[in-house]
Design a protein around this ligand. Structure first.
Ligand SMILES: Cc1cc2nc3c(=O)[nH]c(=O)nc-3n(C[C@H](O)[C@H](O)[C@H](O)COP(=O)(O)OP(=O)(O)OC[C@H]3O[C@@H](n4cnc5c(N)ncnc54)[C@H](O)[C@@H]3O)c2cc1C
Length: 413
């Protein structure tokens, strides 16, 4: 199928240096992908360390929730999963605090989920190396403790510590990390982009990639992006001898990973309307209930024994896919493609307009561990004018201009 004109690639000139705003998973993976191509990268982060916001949980589950019938959406997740596991597999033994591909069990705790899993296995679109169905007894043996149901087992999946991964990614001679540096404005100048920071230092570059999660939309050229923060709380508990010894990641309604540094991390809640960063007892309770449904051996715990946890914000988009690529010039899109309001099939001949050298990588929702590395490769290839690592159908799926186009077609702009 012909690529719509608003997604067509425009030639770029490979830059010598790039500035990245934000040092979470999106920023760190993008920095590394560019650095590996010999580009000098400055990463500006407002916190005093990388991975203190959405990427700050000690452990996250690394797996792709596959749909029974492959869609472009699940193909993107699968491509991301395969790419990141290829990257991380050799690091598992040298960096045991950063990654373990110990397998992931996705339990069928509801009839709906059991039906979905059965359909996925019957349709057989995926190899047994990727996913297998296991009954409750086998799942119990894999997990190392009684589980609430059988389910899907992903043998090559596991957990990653996002902060440790970000530190590893940023350790590269081509990358300079500048912390305590809040970018306030990004302005176009004659030669490129000028970034004003809270401490009044200015930085400039011909190419800037904004990886600031939901805050990315605070910058004027990116105001139109529909990025929304969704609060999530994880809970921590000491892996005391009275608790089960978990050998694999177990997902039900929530997830738990094998203990890291003598502590279990499990969660996570979803709060659409609460924007408070304080821990709540309700969320600790909710996380505990989800955990016990998956692993009844944790029933001895109560909220009084869970003293610690962490609140983070996922950055989501209306279609739950990230926004990765060049930043569209909003007014020009409205001017040139306004006809979409009356006729979604109109054939346009005007090429789309993008802010020269300004890119976005945000909106990774609950799946950043699999979507950030592949998105970083996509962006680096776009910035360096290389062949893309993904088919057009997949790069179009995450293109930042899709939101404007969809809204025009729906007459919402
Ligand atoms: C509770 C919870 C559980 C999760 N569990 C999983 C999981 O199990 N598996 C999984 O794959 N994913 C999981 N995720 C999602 C994953 O963590 C995110 O998708 C990922 O961390 C997003 O990375 P990011 O770099 O886009 O955002 P962030 O990590 O939020 O990074 C954005 C960075 O930009 C900086 N920044 C913002 N504005 C500015 C500015 N103006 N100037 C300078 N710096 C700025 C911020 O300080 C921050 O460091 C979870 C998320 C949460 C919150």
């Amino acid at each position: 199928m012909k690529q719509p004109i608003w997604f067509s690639r425009q030639p770029t000139e490979r830059p010598e240096a790039v500035i990245i705003v934000g040092a979470g998973l999106a920023g760190a993976t993008t920095a590394r992908a560019l650095a590996e191509r010999g580009i000098r990268v400055k990463v500006l982060e407002r916190q005093n360390k990388p991975a203190q916001a959405g990427s700050g949980n000690p452990q996250g589950a690394l797996y792709a929730k596959l749909s029974a019938r492959p869609t472009a959406h699940s193909d993107f997740h699968l491509a991301g999963f395969q790419q990141v596991t290829r990257l991380l597999a050799p690091l598992m033994h040298t960096h045991p605090d950063m990654v373990s591909l110990c397998g992931v069990l996705q339990l069928a705790l509801t009839d709906k989920e059991a039906k979905r899993q059965q359909e996925l296995i019957e349709l057989a679109h995926y190899s047994a190396e990727l996913v297998q169905w296991v009954d409750q007894t086998t799942a119990t043996a894999i997990a190392g403790s009684e589980v609430g149901a059988g389910g899907l087992f992903f043998p090559s999946a596991g957990w990653v510590s996002p902060p440790a991964f970000c530190h590893w990614l940023l350790e590269h001679p081509q990358i300079e990390l500048i912390t305590g540096c809040e970018v306030k404005r990004i302005n176009r100048t004659q030669d490129g982009w000028m970034l004003d920071t809270a401490n009044r230092t200015q930085y400039s570059a011909s190419v800037v990639v904004v990886c600031g999660a939901a805050e990315a939309a605070a910058f004027e050229p990116l105001h139109h992006l529909p990025l929304k923060p969704i609060r999530g709380q994880t809970s921590y508990v000491e892996a005391s001898p009275g608790l089960p010894h978990i050998k694999t990641v177990v997902c039900g309604d929530g997830y738990i990973s094998p203990a890291l540094h003598g502590r279990y991390c499990f969660g996570a809640s979803f709060n659409l309307h609460n924007h408070d960063a304080k821990l709540t007892i309700q969320d600790q309770q909710e996380n505990l209930e989800k955990l016990v449904a998956a692993l009844p051996g944790f029933a001895a715990l109560n909220t009084a024994s869970i003293k610690e946890g962490r609140v983070g914000f996922r950055c989501t988009t209306p279609d739950y896919l990230p926004a990765v690529g060049p930043a569209p010039v909003f007014d020009s899109f409205i001017e040139h493609y306004g006809k979409l309001r009356d006729d979604a099939n109109w054939r346009f001949s005007t090429p789309a307009s993008f802010h020269d050298g300004l890119y976005i990588n945000a909106g990774h929702g609950s799946k950043g561990l699999i979507t950030c590395p592949i998105s970083a490769e996509l962006l680096a290839a776009q910035i360096c004018d290389e062949p893309l690592p993904l088919e057009n159908a997949m790069s179009d799926l995450v293109h930042p201009a899709r939101f404007i186009i969809k809204k025009l077609i729906r007459n919402q702009l």
